[in-house]
Design a protein around this ligand. Structure first.
Ligand code: AMP
Ligand code: ZN
Length: 114
């Protein structure tokens, strides 16, 4: 998609602090981090929201979740804990309409969120 911020980061048209990439995912640091570790796990393929997933995407979403767990553990947060979350549409505050899994770790994370 031509007018998508995250598609542009994935294409290298806009800089991103990339911490991991493979043939289906790119992970980069959130530009406005809300925790000592705050990265976004993003599929290379443009999907606007969770509402747009199809059964064919089940393995992709599984890979995103497992990548979050791997990165959290690699950064030493596996035992103390972390949060992985998708925001969807207005009430959840989604601002970039290319799905991304937030991984937050390194501080106590309140529940419920605001
Ligand atoms: P959401 O509100 O769930 O759609 O999350 C979008 C996230 O993207 C926010 O946490 C922003 O701080 C982050 N963000 C916006 N622009 C950039 C950028 N250029 N590079 C990295 N993260 C960004
Ligand atoms: Zn996109």
């Amino acid at each position: 998609m031509t007018d998508c911020l995250f598609c542009k980061i994935i294409a290298g048209e806009i800089p991103g602090a990339i911490v991991y990439e493979d043939d289906e995912l790119v992970v980069f640091r959130d530009i406005n981090p809300q925790a000592p570790l705050h990265v976004l796990i993003v599929p290379r393929r443009h999907i606007s929201t969770l509402n747009d997933l199809s059964p064919d995407d089940d393995a992709l979403v599984g890979s995103m979740m497992r990548r979050a767990a791997a990165l959290a553990q690699e950064h030493g947060y596996g035992d103390q804990g972390y949060r992985a979350v998708f925001n969807t549409n207005r009430d959840a505050g989604q601002t970039v309409f290319h799905i991304h899994l937030h991984l937050l770790a390194g501080r106590g994370l309140a529940w419920p969120p605001g």
